[in-house]
Structures are given as C-alpha cells and as structure tokens.
Design a protein around this ligand. Structure first.
Ligand SMILES: *[C@@H]1O[C@H](CO)[C@@H](O)[C@H](O)[C@H]1NC(C)=O
Ligand SMILES: *[C@@H]1O[C@H](CO)[C@@H](O)[C@H](O)[C@H]1NC(C)=O
Length: 377
C-alpha cells in the first residue's frame, strides 16, 4: 500500500487514512504520538486524521520527506522531481509547483490529461521517454510557457502532440508511431534548435511541404530509420546538421538545399540514392561532412572539386565502377580548397588498382583515403 503503512507500526490506522504525503510522515515517534520534535504538525494534530494509537517501544524510525510536497515514491530535490522507473500508469499528482525538471521516464504512463501539468508554470524540461503514451490532451502543455526540452521518445504516439509550447528548444519524439508530419505541427515554433524524430512509420508524402518552415532557429534535425523517399523540401536555412540516414531516399535534388548556407553535416547513408543532381553541393557551400555510404551511386557526386570546405566524404558501399582524376580535386593547386581529411571508397566495384594516385592530390594524408576491396554480396 502506501508509504505510511511501510512503517509497520501504524498498521491499523493507516489503512483507513487517505494518503497524505506531507506532515503525516513528518514526525519522529518518541514516547507518545504527538510529541515529535519537528516543527511540522504531528500526525494527531493534522485535521481529519484520526488519532494514531499509542505504540510503546517504537524503534528509532525517522521518515522524512525532502520537501513540503512530493509525489509518492518520487524524489524531489532542488526543483527536480524524479519519478522514473516506478511503474507509474499515470502522471502523479502533487508535483511541486516550483519543479523545473520533471523526469517520468521508464514508466507505463498511457495518457496525459488536460490538467496533469497545470501548476508547473516554471517547468523547463519534461522527460517522458519510454512510456506507453497514446493520448496527449490538446491542452496538456498549455501552462508550460517555459518548457524548453520535451522528450517523448519511445512511446506509442500516432501524431505530433498539438499545441506544443512555443518556448520549446528541443523536441525528441523518435520511436513512436507517427505516420504524418503536418504543416500545423510546428507552426510558430521559432525557438526549436534540436529536433529528433527518427524511427517513426513515416513514408513517401508523410511530411507535408513546409512542415519545418517555421523553425527559423533550428540547427539539428534527425529523421532516420523511416520509409521517407525524398529529402523534405523547404528546410530552414539555419540548419547546420541534417541526418536522414537509413531511409528510402532515391535521389538528391539540388533544390532540396536551396539557400542552406549553414549546412555543415549531411547524413544520407543507408538509403537508395542512385543520383546526386549537379548543383546540389553548390547550394550547400559550407558543407564539411557528407555521408553517402551504403547507397546505389554509380559515380562520385558532381561538384566536389569546386567545393571549398568539404573535408569528409563517405562513399563506401555503393556501385561506383569508375573514379576519374578530376572527381575530387580541382585541376590546379591555385584553387582555394580545404584538404580532405577523410574519403571512403571501399566496397565499390571500382578496381582500386585502376584509381590513379593523383586523384587524391588534395587529400591531407594518404591514410585519409580508404579504398579497399570490393566484395560481391
Ligand atoms: C517500412 O516499410 C516496410 C515495408 O513496408 C515495413 O516493414 C517497415 O516496418 C517500415 N518501416 C518503418 C519505420 O515504418
Ligand atoms: C555541373 O554544373 C556546372 C556548373 O553549372 C557545369 O560546369 C558542369 O559541366 C556540370 N556538370 C555536369 C556533370 O553536368
């Protein structure tokens, strides 16, 4: 039962009592009930609580809460309310209103109701990872005007929750059951910096055009391990990292990256890409790291020799059958270009002894090139 009963001593009384976290436990039993030494009211003084029978020879049992109010079995300390791994099936009541971080991960919570977070106006971070959430009331977050981090990964959500707080900076909602990302999902979310939404059953046309357009400050988006077939259009120009690995993307079109002058890392490994359109790299002039490994490319993507900053290019495990001496490096050394620090080309059908060493004249060090052998699967 509830914690009062754990002290064994109150056995007869506690079954009948309503659960009271504060005050009720906050006494030390000495000679007789009510003579506790704390300033908290002793149990017999509490209104509505029946007298606790006198129990002689009580061992030294001190049960004390850390704050005035804390949900049963949770720990409340310095504005952090820690309720993880408790087998909870719903959001507990009596969460201290000054809480800034509420950790509810690894429970079995199925639903968030309208008023569950009503009093948590100062909440900065809400962690609900690994629960069984299917329903979030459309007004559940409406009091959370200061929420910056919302972690909803590993749940059973079928859609992005409605009315996310506009203060949100980080949304993690991977490993759910989301099938569609609507334009309205992220409307006005101008403070989002990090968005992680991979491992959802998204497929072709699941992401509405312009769904991310309002994320004017976003710098990191990851949508990996889904069945999307193309790079979402209309991504914000603030983006510096885009991770779209392990999807079903078939080609890379130049206009997907129009105006993306901040993009520095692009992950497109483990897709089905057979073509990178000429002009793509010109649209992402500050790219440093490009992952196109484990795809179906038959040639090195165009535009690498002209690109000034790109340093790492993963092209291993593709179908590249030939590599020309002008594929990576500009023809002359008076062209300003950063040296490559990593190029991977192994597991391609090109016979590596046919690749001219001069091909890699703008690579920092020989060890930066991984050529290797091709093994037929
Ligand atoms: C992608 O599609 C395949 C085949 O239809 C399906 O088995 C798989 O579960 C899908 N993956 C995701 C993440 O939805
Ligand atoms: C790619 O575009 C550039 C500049 O527009 C052009 O010079 C080059 O010939 C094109 N390459 C291919 C393979 O079409």
């Amino acid at each position: 039962m509830r914690s009062a009963c754990l002290s064994l001593l109150l056995a007869t009384a506690c079954w009948a009592l309503p659960f009271r976290q504060s005050g009720f436990l906050d006494f030390m039993m000495e000679d007789e009930p009510g003579s506790g030494t704390t300033d908290e009211p002793a149990v017999t003084d509490a209104p509505g609580v029946p007298n606790v029978p006198y129990i002689p020879n009580v061992p030294d049992v001190v049960v004390r809460e850390e704050g005035p109010m804390c949900p049963f079995r949770c720990q409340c300390h310095l504005r952090v309310t820690q309720c993880s791994d408790l087998g909870l099936t719903e959001i507990p009541g009596e969460i201290p209103s000054e809480t800034t971080l509420l950790d509810l991960q690894n429970n079995k919570i199925t639903e968030i109701k309208e008023n569950d977070f009503k009093n948590l106006k100062g909440l900065h971070a809400l962690i609900l990872v690994n629960n069984k959430l299917t329903i979030i009331h459309p007004k559940a977050f409406s009091s959370l005007m200061k929420l910056q981090r919302l972690y909803l990964s590993k749940n059973l959500l079928k859609e992005v929750p409605a009315n996310l707080p506009k203060s949100l900076q980080e949304l993690r909602i991977h490993e759910n059951a989301i099938t569609k990302i609507k334009k309205s999902s992220f409307q006005g979310m101008t403070n989002v910096i990090v968005m992680e939404m991979g491992s959802n059953p998204l497929k072709a046309n699941s992401i509405e055009l312009g769904a991310f357009a309002d994320l004017k400050r976003v710098s990191y988006i990851r949508i990996a391990d889904t069945n999307i077939t193309e790079i979402p259009k209309g991504l914000p120009s603030s983006l510096s990292e885009l991770h779209l690995d392990s999807n079903k993307i078939t080609k890379v079109m130049a206009d997907s990256f129009k105006g993306m002058k901040n993009l520095a890392k692009l992950g497109l490994g483990y897709n089905e890409i057979s073509m990178v359109e000429n002009g793509t790299l010109a649209n992402i002039p500050h790219m440093r790291e490009l992952h196109l490994d484990n795809n179906a490319l038959t040639a090195v993507p165009p535009g690498l020799p002209e690109h000034k900053y790109i340093q790492v290019v993963y092209l291993h495990a593709n179908k590249i059958a030939a590599i020309g001496t002008e594929d990576f490096c500009p023809p002359t050394f008076n062209y300003k270009k950063a040296m490559y620090s990593g190029i991977s080309l192994f597991s391609n059908p090109v016979p590596y002894w046919e690749v001219q060493p001069i091909t890699f004249r703008c690579v920092f060090d020989r060890s930066a090139i991984q050529l290797g052998n091709y093994r037929k699967k």
